[in-house]
Design a protein around this ligand. Structure first.
Ligand code: NAD
Length: 291
């Protein structure tokens, strides 16, 4: 009998990921607290459950893509309290969670026979729709191997280390990505004030050494056309940057620019709603840019 997959978190990322799992032939069961989210997943062909315990008791694999570690912990506590989890269940946390809390979570789940893999993603809503996410998987190599058949319909999987390594990689990636977006905003504002055309600037950077994900993707796709529809919320980006900075502080070492970057994003987040698209930071920088 084919394994059945429970999928928790039917948000911007979750819904297209569920669609790809169903398309790959998996028996997918979805749960989200929000009835609007549950309605959205109905059209994918997954079975939708309004009750977490009812869903969690009938699956062999549980995939989570929830806002943060706090929410993941709450869902896991509810699953454990209901006592319905099958022994040997493989739990794959694809949220951008905190590596230390992921390790603690796995220790709490081990007595129930639940195995944990962390497998956060990069590539955004577009990557989730196309099934070409970058998936950074951490955990026991056997568990990561067992997770592959459920992850491969979603993107390309790299095993990056022990449990928590995926969550560490993801947070560090987003610290880098957010810092690129910040400095690109400053540079674009300076160039515009000098009289340079923003499209000309982006093209020049993209064939020069200043290029990054921000010049290659975020500015051309979301900032210059002023659509600001990357699908990744500002509040989630700031959460990821804090995770990365915590990690930097824990391990020690030089982090001057990291601290400045997080401080600037947090300052912007005071006047931009957490739900804003994270690419709107570019407008904030240009408007506050000091002229
Ligand atoms: P989202 O806000 O669109 O979706 C989160 C979903 O979780 C919502 O449907 C919400 O109702 C549900 N939820 C919240 N609490 C719940 C609970 N207790 N039980 C069940 N469901 C609950 O967020 P998203 O953009 O899909 O992001 C999810 C995760 O993926 C985050 O950790 C984020 O950092 C990460 N991520 C997002 C992107 C992106 O481009 N959006 C890219 C990479 C990684």
């Amino acid at each position: 009998e084919a394994a059945s997959v429970g999928f928790i978190g039917l948000g911007r990322m979750g819904v297209p990921m569920v669609a790809n799992l169903v398309r790959a032939g998996h028996d997918v069961h979805g749960f989200d607290l929000s009835s609007v989210a549950r309605d959205r997943v109905q059209q994918t062909g997954a079975t939708v459950h309004p009750d977490l315990a009812d869903m969690a008791g009938r699956v062999d694999v549980l995939i989570l893509i929830l806002p943060d570690s706090g929410v993941v912990e709450r869902v896991v506590e509810d699953c454990l309290a209901s006592g319905v989890l099958r022994p040997g269940v493989l739990m794959i946390d694809m949220s951008s969670s905190e590596p230390a809390r992921t390790r603690a979570l796995a220790l709490g789940l081990a007595p129930a026979g639940v195995r944990v893999v962390d497998a956060p993603v990069s590539g955004g809503v577009g990557g989730a729709e196309r099934g070409d996410l970058t998936i950074m998987a951490g955990g026991d190599p056997r568990d990561v191997e067992d997770a592959r058949v459920f992850l491969e319909p979603l993107g390309s999987v790299s095993a990056v280390g022990a449990l928590g390594a995926g969550h560490a990689m993801k947070a560090l990636n987003n610290l880098l990505s957010a810092t690129h977006l910040w400095i690109t905003g400053e540079v674009m504002a300076a160039g515009a004030h000098f009289g340079l055309d923003p499209h000309v600037m982006v093209d020049a950077f993209n064939s020069s050494s200043g290029r990054s994900g921000s010049t290659e993707k975020k500015w051309p796709s979301f900032v210059l056309p002023a659509t600001f529809d990357s699908g990744f919320a500002l509040g989630l980006m700031v959460k990821d940057m804090r995770i990365a900075l915590d990690l930097c502080e824990t391990v020690g070492g030089f982090r001057t620019l990291s601290e400045a970057s997080v401080a600037m994003w947090e300052q912007a987040a005071e006047s931009l709603p957490a739900e804003s698209d994270h690419t709107q930071i570019a407008t904030w920088i240009v408007e506050r840019g000091g002229r």
